[in-house]
Design a protein around this ligand. Structure first.
Ligand code: NAD
Length: 368
């Protein structure tokens, strides 16, 4: 159990959160939390996470990340997040999501989207109840961002600027991808089209490695059909975490939070890290890597492709427009970030935070 007074003491600052709402629907037993962190730039966008262990503190942290991500990407949106307490494998999602949607009907400055444990179908239920969400099924006018690889595409555009900054040419570069799911596989596919060679990929079952290069389409197919990257024909099979020790130019963590920490950072071999997952590298490890000359592009800059796509969907835009806007916004943000790092000798996260917070504060001055 959490003490809300202590959580507020710890988290409330000059940006937010502006609203924290606990939801309970006695009829279905649905319990949830919604945090609207900041709406100065526009209505808050953020996913609905379905998990057994979700709590107020986590939802607050995630909502703040969305404020920073949306501001850094230059979107006219604030940040929010929601959590529904339930087992994503066994829960009756339709009942939970419909009850949740009815409870947030009046919270019009929060626009829900998919997140861990929820998907397009869940957004379909929310849309049916209240007509307000992003990440809807295509049949309802949505843009299926995981299917089209919006976040992976964004990572590849960020790489387009980050690699030359680090003195690496894409045609000669190698990459390793931790977590070959929606984010990881699309990032690998888009980067492979720029000439980058995929030499290792992992999932929960292990790591597949081939220094001459893994054929990305084949790897995507076997992962889909057999459920693991280890089913790839050829290459060597390593344990799950051996991927961290592989020497490569680009490392993309696209699985879990806190996978690179002070514990394992010393063995780490890559030159550029593109943070596909949220908070995959602890802040202390990020600083140590930067001091060692590793360029680390922070999560809320690098993985913003998905939310940019969602914002395009919200305005009724098309898939083609979504790709164009992702490219334009991420190239601009990454360019600004890299010049701040180069000019002011800041750590990347410090520079990114400053950029995002300044944008929110400017909007706050203009709003009542
Ligand atoms: P996913 O479930 O589609 O894929 C995750 C993959 O990681 C799976 O293949 C799983 O087997 C693997 N995995 C899990 N734990 C692992 C571990 N310890 N080592 C190696 N592999 C592991 O999820 P996703 O949508 O690709 O999201 C991945 C991460 O990126 C999450 O943290 C998510 O919050 C974040 N993210 C996703 C998006 C998006 O557009 N989907 C956008 C921004 C951030």
């Amino acid at each position: 159990m959490q003490n809300y007074d202590i959580i507020f003491e710890k988290f409330a600052d000059e940006l937010g959160p502006v609203k924290t709402v606990h939801i309970y629907d006695p009829r279905t037993g649905t319990k949830g939390i919604v945090v609207i962190d900041n709406v100065a730039r526009g209505p808050a966008i953020g996913g609905v996470r379905l998990a057994l262990d979700i709590d107020t503190e986590e939802v607050m942290r995630l909502a703040r990340t969305m404020t920073l991500k949306n501001a850094a990407a230059g979107l006219p949106h604030g940040g929010g997040k929601a959590g529904i307490i339930g087992d994503p494998h066994t829960a009756d999602k339709e009942t939970l999501l419909r009850a949740f949607a009815r409870k947030i009907r009046e919270l019009t400055d929060y626009i829900p989207g998919p997140d861990m444990g929820t998907d397009e179908e869940c957004m379909g239920y929310i849309h049916d109840e209240i007509g307000r969400c992003i990440g809807k099924p295509r049949a309802l006018g949505g843009i299926p961002l995981d299917e089209i690889g919006a976040t992976g595409y964004g990572l590849s555009r960020v790489a387009g600027l980050a690699l030359p900054f680090a003195g690496i040419s894409p045609e000669c570069a190698t990459m390793a991808v931790q977590g070959f799911g929606n984010v990881g596989r699309h990032a690998a596919a888009f980067l492979a089209r720029q000439g980058v060679r995929l030499i290792a990929a992992s999932d929960t079952s292990g790591t597949i490695r081939r220094d001459e290069g893994l054929e990305v389409d084949t790897l995507i197919r076997v992962k889909k059909e057999e459920g693991t990257v280890l089913a790839y024909p050829g290459g060597s099979k390593l344990t799950r975490d051996e991927i961290f020790k592989i020497s490569c130019d680009i490392f993309i963590p696209a699985a879990q939070p806190d996978v690179i920490t002070l514990e394992n950072v010393e063995t780490f071999q890559a030159k550029v890290i593109l943070e596909g997952a949220n908070i995959p590298v602890t802040e202390e490890a990020e600083r140590l890597l930067h001091d060692r000359g590793v360029l680390c592009i922070p999560d809320f800059i690098a993985n913003a492709g998905g939310v940019i796509c969602a914002a395009v969907e919200h305005r009724g835009g098309s898939e083609t427009q979504a790709f164009d806007v992702i490219r334009e916004k991420l190239e601009q943000t990454t360019g600004e970030l890299l010049s701040a790092i180069g000019r002011e000798k800041l750590y990347p996260r410090e520079a990114a935070m400053r950029m995002a917070i300044d944008r929110v504060k400017v909007a706050m001055v203009l709003r009542r």
